[in-house]
Design a binder for this molecule. Structure first.
Ligand SMILES: Cc1cc2nc3c(=O)[nH]c(=O)nc-3n(C[C@H](O)[C@H](O)[C@H](O)COP(=O)(O)O)c2cc1C
Ligand SMILES: CCCCCCC(=O)C(=O)O
Length: 383
C-alpha cells in the first residue's frame, strides 16, 4: 500500500534525477503570494482578504499556533491508513474540498477542474450554490452539495431536487452567510462577481428560477441578476426552516458555520446529521472567535451525536492533525485549492491536495500514529 507521504520522495527524486522542481510551491502558506502573479487585482481582492480588519483570519492562524502537537515515539506503522467514512461517504483521507463559489475567477475551468482533481484522488468535492458551473456539470464520484438557502422556497426545492438527481450525497447548509460580510477590499473596488452575472450558474440554469423572470435571461441578464439579489440574502432564516430541508432531502444534512456550543446542541435537537465548525475562513464576522477555539467545546458537547467537521485556516498537515485531535472527524480545505487552481488549473489543485495529504501523512508517521483516529486530546497541548 502506498502512503500519501510518498509524494515527498517523488518530489525529491524528480529534483535529484531529472533536475526539475515543482512549479508550484510545496508550502501552502506561500501559495497566496505565488497566485497573486496570476490573478487580477479584483480576483485577489475577492478571494484572499477576510471581512473587516481581518481579525478573524488572524485569529484562525494564531489559534493553530497556540495548540502544539505532542509527538509519541516507537509505536508507529510503516503504512498509515487515513481512510474513513463520513456520513456514508467513503474517503481515502479525512480531507474534503470546501465549497467555494465562482471559481472561474481563479481559472476558466473553475469548479470542473477542482472537482476532477478531488475525484482523481477519491476525495469528496463540495459544490457551492454560488458556483460558476451548474450542479449537473460536476463529474465526481463523491460530491456534496452546499446550499445557500434561497428566500424563494420553490427555487430552494428545485436546487434540492437537482442535487439529488445529480447524485450529491450530503447537503451542506451554510448558515453564516445570510448576507455578505463587510469586505473592504471588494467595496473599495466596487466589485462583487455575482452582480456581473458570475457565480450564478445554478440559478441561471434553474427552470423554476427562470420561470419567475419576465424575460429570458439572454434578453435581460440584468433583471436576472437582480432577481438573484432578491433571493440570496436570508438573514431571517430560522431553526424552524430546517424542517423544510429535512422534508425534502432524504440524505444527511450538515450545518456549516457553527461556532457556539448552544447552536451545536440546537443542531442536534433539530435532527441534522453533522456540523462544520467554521467561521468561513474569516470572511464573514470580523472579530469572530477562531474556529479552532470553538471546536473543542462543540466536539465535547455533540461529538457523540453529530459528525463534527472543521474548516477555516487549515494550511498544513499539523493544522489538520490538531483539528482532528480536538474532535473533528475531517477538515475542509478552502483558499489553498483556489490558489492551486489559479496557478495551473486541475494539475494545480492536484498538487496542492497531494502536498497537503503528504504533509498530514508524514505528521502522523513522525508522531507515531498508524492512523488519524488515534489522535485525541492527549495528542495536543495549548501553549
Ligand atoms: C473565494 C471563496 C468563496 C467561498 N464561497 C463559499 C461558498 O460559496 N459557500 C460556502 O459555504 N463557503 C464558501 N467559502 C468558504 C469556504 O467554504 C471555507 O469555509 C473557507 O474558505 C475555509 O477557510 P480557508 O480558506 O482559510 O481554508 C468561500 C471561501 C472563499 C475563499
Ligand atoms: C453575495 C455573497 C455571496 C457569497 C458567496 C460566496 C461566499 O461564500 C464567499 O465567501 O465569498
Amino acid at each position: 500500500m502506498a502512503n500519501f507521504g510518498d509524494y515527498q520522495l517523488q518530489i525529491y527524486l524528480q529534483g535529484m534525477l531529472q533536475g526539475t522542481t515543482p512549479e508550484i510551491t510545496t508550502d501552502l502558506a506561500r501559495l497566496e503570494s505565488q497566485a497573486a502573479g496570476k490573478l487580477s487585482a479584483e480576483a485577489m481582492g475577492y478571494i484572499v482578504p477576510s471581512a473587516g480588519s481581518g481579525a478573524t483570519a488572524r485569529a484562525n492562524q494564531a489559534a493553530f499556533e497556540r495548540w502544539r502537537l505532542v509527538p509519541r515515539m516507537l509505536r508507529g506503522s510503516t503504512e498509515r491508513d487515513l481512510s474513513c467514512t463520513i456520513l456514508g461517504t467513503a474517503m481515502p483521507a479525512p480531507v474534503l474540498v470546501a465549497p467555494i463559489g465562482v471559481q472561474t475567477l481563479a481559472h476558466p475551468d473553475g469548479e470542473l477542474a477542482t472537482a476532477r482533481a478531488a475525484d482523481a484522488l477519491g476525495l469528496t468535492y463540495t459544490h457551492s450554490t454560488q458556483a460558476s458551473h451548474a450542479i449537473e456539470e460536476i463529474e465526481a464520484r463523491n460530491k456534496w452539495f452546499q446550499l445557500y438557502y434561497p428566500t424563494d422556497p420553490d427555487v430552494c426545492l428545485s436546487f434540492l431536487q437537482r442535487a439529488k438527481a445529480a447524485g450529491y450525497a450530503v447537503l451542506v447548509v451554510t448558515l453564516d452567510t445570510g448576507t455578505i460580510g463587510w469586505r473592504p477590499a471588494d467595496l473599495d473596488r466596487g466589485f462583487l462577481p455575482f452582480l456581473k452575472g458570475e457565480g450564478l450558474a445554478n440559478y441561471f440554469s434553474d427552470p423554476v428560477f427562470q420561470s419567475k423572470l419576465a424575460k429570458p435571461i439572454a434578453e435581460d441578464p440584468g433583471a436576472a441578476v437582480m432577481q438573484w439579489a432578491q433571493m440570496f440574502p436570508h438573514v431571517g432564516l430560522h431553526w424552524d426552516d430546517l424542517s423544510f430541508l429535512r422534508d425534502n432531502w432524504d440524505g444527511p444534512i450538515v450545518l456549516k458555520g457553527i461556532l457556539h456550543v448552544e447552536d451545536a446542541k440546537l443542531a442536534a435537537e433539530h435532527g441534522v446529521d453533522g456540523v462544520i465548525v467554521s467561521n468561513h475562513g474569516g470572511r464573514q464576522v470580523d472579530g469572530a472567535i477562531a474556529a479552532l477555539d470553538a471546536l473543542p467545546p462543540i466536539a465535547e458537547a455533540v461529538g457523540e451525536q453529530l459528525t463534527v467537521l472543521f474548516d477555516s485556516g487549515v494550511r498544513t498537515g499539523a493544522d489538520a492533525a490538531k483539528a482532528l485531535a480536538l474532535g473533528a472527524k475531517a477538515v475542509l480545505l478552502g483558499r489553498p485549492l483556489l490558489y492551486g487552481l489559479a496557478l495551473a488549473g486541475q494539475p494545480g489543485v492536484d498538487h496542492v491536495l497531494r502536498c497537503f495529504l503528504a504533509d498530514l501523512d508524514l505528521t502522523l508517521a513522525l508522531t507515531s500514529h498508524a492512523n488519524h483516529r488515534e489522535l485525541n486530546r492527549d495528542s495536543v497541548v495549548r501553549g
